[in-house]
Design a protein around this ligand. Structure first.
Ligand code: PLP
Length: 400
């Protein structure tokens, strides 16, 4: 029998060991990193998905604290037992109105939303076709569903068409064919060719799941996402996203037709067999959507974020017009080199951990820089200098 320590040693040998880094939140893109026994180092955090700076925001903390006073701490049970509180219902109505769909369902995380939805929507005999770089939660959900899974090369519509043509013959009259992709890719920061994908899946009578985890709150009017920006909301069957990134809280959602949501309510095991998210989090999420995303404050934060994105791209010598997202990958290659680059940055006061296999392909390790509305141009300039001193090559995510 193979030992646990042998497995762990193999991770270390392949530069895939992950140090536990402990942070103390402080805001404005700054954070304290606990090192050694008690030593704490101030670092500027370029690794969080808290794009609008809401996770530590004093106004949101107050809304959450009020909601805890009103609703209590935990939900107490699954939504189907006695866990549904008015805050969940209001969140789902707010999400549906915001996304422009008939209905929505709140999950305890985006991961649970993916796994629960794919598992409920697909069964053996169906086909699911995923972008090669689609998030692990989509892959896991696809596997769990028992449907046949195929992948197409990243953003390669010609290859997607081949898979769709194959799937049309591989499924029976009852069979579903589902295409799954992210709207903004979490590790490369580029966008899916969504309009083309929508047209293609329609031509083949397939359905589309769109994971907007990195677009929700940032892209489209009021941050409704890429489908809204491109005017294809009604042509995407399953809208999926998270409240843990731009919204600054935690939890996942699915939005779509009433029938889809009713089906998930009965069949999504990650929903049915899991305690409802704390109602206070649901109430706070409604405050973010209505009070920030849909208000001038949201517009101001998004404008600051996109200014920061353009500034970082400019100082790194990247294309500035039409910056696709708040994620800027600095491709390094070898896992050990990426770990060394992250350590060099940390020594200079910047947090941007090395992203390695299995999150990205072997040999495609990178520093993943994420920007927040809270960062200042000074912090971004200093990061660029640190990258230059560390002689780290800049490159866009692999676009092959
Ligand atoms: C983060 C992420 C998820 C999971 O969301 P959580 O709320 O963190 O569980 C799903 N899909 C993508 C693309 C993500 O980046």
């Amino acid at each position: 029998m193979r030992s646990l320590n042998e497995e762990l040693d193999a991770l270390r040998a392949a530069s895939l060991w992950r140090e536990r880094r402990v942070l103390e939140a402080s805001g404005h893109g700054q954070t304290r990193l606990k090192e050694g026994a008690d030593a704490a180092r101030e670092v500027v955090n370029f690794s969080s998905n808290d794009y609008l700076g809401l996770a530590g925001d004093p106004w949101l903390r107050d809304r959450l604290a009020e909601a805890v006073q009103r609703y209590g701490a935990g939900a107490g049970a699954s939504r189907l037992v006695c866990g549904t509180q008015s805050a969940h219902v209001v969140l789902e109505e707010t999400l549906a109105a915001f996304k422009g769909t008939e209905a929505a369902l709140a999950f305890s995380s985006g991961y649970a939303a993916s796994v629960g939805t794919l598992g409920a929507f697909l069964r053996p005999g169906d086909v699911v076709i995923l972008d090669k770089l689609a998030h692990a939660s989509l892959v896991d959900g696809a596997r769990l569903s028992g449907a046949s899974m195929r992948v197409f090369a990243h953003n390669d519509v010609a290859q997607l068409e081949k898979r769709l043509a194959w799937a049309a013959n591989a499924t029976g009259p009852d069979g579903r064919v589902l295409v799954g992709t992210e709207s903004i890719f979490s590790m490369d920061g580029d966008r899916a060719p969504l309009t083309e994908i929508v047209a293609l899946k329609e031509r083949y009578g397939a359905l589309l799941l769109l994971d907007e985890a990195h677009a929700f709150g940032l892209v489209g009017r009021d941050g409704r996402g890429l489908a809204a920006e491109l005017g294809v909301t009604d042509r995407v069957e399953i809208h999926l996203g998270t409240l843990s990134k731009a919204v600054g809280l935690s939890g996942g959602y699915v939005a779509g037709s009433r029938a889809l949501i009713d089906l998930l309510y009965h069949r999504a095991r990650a929903f049915v067999y899991s305690t409802a998210p704390p109602p206070a989090i649901a109430a706070a999420a409604v405050h973010v959507i209505r009070g920030i995303l849909m208000s001038d404050e949201g517009a101001r934060r998004r404008a600051r974020l996109w200014d920061n994105v353009r500034h970082l791209r400019k100082v790194l010598g990247l294309e500035v017009e039409d910056a696709p997202s708040a994620i800027v990958p600095v491709l390094i290659g070898e896992e050990a080199a990426a770990v060394a680059a992250a350590a060099a940055l940390r020594a200079r006061g910047f947090l941007a951990p090395a992203i390695r296999y299995p999150t990205v392909a072997r040999g495609a390790a990178r520093l993943r820089l994420t920007l927040s509305a809270e960062h200042t141009f000074e912090q971004i300039d200093a990061l660029a200098r640190a990258l230059q001193e560390g002689q780290m090559a800049y490159a866009e995510g692999d676009e092959n």
